[in-house]
Design a protein around this ligand. Sequence first.
Ligand SMILES: Nc1nc2c(c(=O)[nH]1)N[C@H]1C(S)=C(S)[C@@H](COP(=O)(O)O)O[C@H]1N2
Ligand SMILES: [Mo]
Length: 598
Amino acid sequence: MAKDHNHGHPNRSRSTVSTGGPQTPAGFRGELSREANTVVDASWAGSAPPQYGVAPRIRIGASKWFNLLWLLPIGFVLLITAVAVAKGLRGVPAVADFIRQYPGRIVPPGAEARAGFPAWIGWQHFFNMLLLIPIIRAGWAILADHPRLYWTRHSTPGKEWFRMQKPVPADPLYTAKQDSITLPNGVGLPGRRHSIGLARWWHLGMDTLWLLNGLIFYILIFTTGQWLRLVPTTWDVIPNALSMSIQYASLNWPTDDSWVAYNSLQVMAYFITVFIAAPLAFITGLGMSPALSTKFRWISRVFSIQVARSLHFLVMVWFLLFIVMHVSLVVATEALRNFNYMYADRNSGDWYGFWVFAASLAIIIVIWVGVTPFTYRHPRTVQRIGFALIGPAQRLFEHLDSKPGQYTEKDISPYMWHNGKYPESTEYKTLLATGFADYRLRVSGLVQNPTELDLAQLRNLAHHEQITQHFCIQGWSGVAKWGGVSMQTIIDLVQPDPEAKWVIFYSFAEGSDGGIYYDAQPIEQMSYHLTMLAYDMNNAPLSYGHGAPLRLRNEVQLGFKLVKWIKGIEFVSDFSQVGGGEGGYNNDHEFFGYRQSI
Ligand SMILES: Nc1nc2c(c(=O)[nH]1)N[C@H]1C(S)=C(S)[C@@H](COP(=O)(O)O)O[C@H]1N2
Ligand SMILES: [Mo]
């Protein structure tokens, strides 16, 4: 590839640098791909071929793996056994007495007066269902991007408790991107290998609406007294729930009267779902944020990103089990009456509610089938709408400037995943072979003093060290000690102009679709305590794989923004003229976002 290095020379007049548009590429911008993808087609994400991983399995002991597909036959046998045992139990006089004493349903005071299901409950139930489907499907796509779960912040291969991928190969430069898997059409949203950027817009965007729906639900149930349906108010709910379990399992069910009050097993299931699982989904979701985890160290010391991610997964499993049981029982117990309750506020056994339900189901099926193709055809739209929904929260958490000192040497991870596309240019290979003797970091753009620094000069600047945790968007994490120069030192040196609002970091390496890798960072964050250029990692010069000779650390952000193999830094007023104009390589090509504090 022909490269004109003079374009990157800081002595060029500043006006050319700052006004460089598509026709007059300034500095390193000429090496960027101007393209921003508009569709997700065969060539997307570097044409990564599909890869399906393995059936989900969990680790037993040090290195035995239990294939979760076995739960299907085992669950079936357990179910049959439970039915047989329950039937036997009901013949035991003491059990029959117990069931008579605790028939299964407690009618709270005033329930008769509140009987029925107001229309708002029906609507919220519908929106809840509508939103949970993309949330769960996109959640699976996010999991598929790093198909392993851990209990510690060290994402050490072989130490995961769950995986749906083969063991990590021995290749020390194996990347997390290579590890990502495809989900079958109609399962993941969108499901293609490494489509996490789009999956996250769906997941986080719909989460925002789901939380809003939940908030309205909380407010309404507590202002109308409907909460008494869902919250147990006496310990008798426990023996009653046990009694109901025996009755259900024996397949000899009492006729329920949900119009007035739920039975105790329903109360327990709804209570756990509404007041434990849903808030836990929210809290564990936030537990994965780099900005929050780094700031609230007293929480994240124990409740690490990996504990949060694993619990987030288990909450999803609870929701799935709940949905399966709930739907089965709705259909198996006076289905028409149940449909009338929730979809028509009618205490009747006619077909009316069923048809309303059928219409809502038709909408959901159309959406289910349509969302993945829509996402591939209009990924930019998904990115924009997703950012409109979750962007305000992402912007808010970017203000969390954390102090160093969260971790000590003994927290350093034994294994740090590699990620991204390694540099292949002769320019870089020559520098690497000669120990970066001719390396120059070029700092240019809207600054008073454009500067070139070689490695010796960089090492002579005030030394900055931090032991911090890396959060990859794909879900893995690791703690490392970084040594180098604080970005504040560079700022002091080059003196940015007041118009400089964004700082572009350019890499020697190309991105997966051609053109060099780059990323834009807000200038305020360059003065944060934990924003630095690292030339050392864990007390040794940065390795080739981790970004030699220089990489960015900004601990408010996810890993993909932390450019490795840096060759240049440019201060600009805005990034719309840089590359594809979205604020970073992954944003141009894989629809990531430029504010990634969550
Ligand atoms: N130049 C360049 N920098 C990059 C990437 C890349 O592909 N190219 N990948 C990013 C991603 S996605 C992550 S998670 C981190 C990984 O850093 P590590 O390989 O040192 O762990 O580097 C980031 N920096
Ligand atoms: Mo990443």
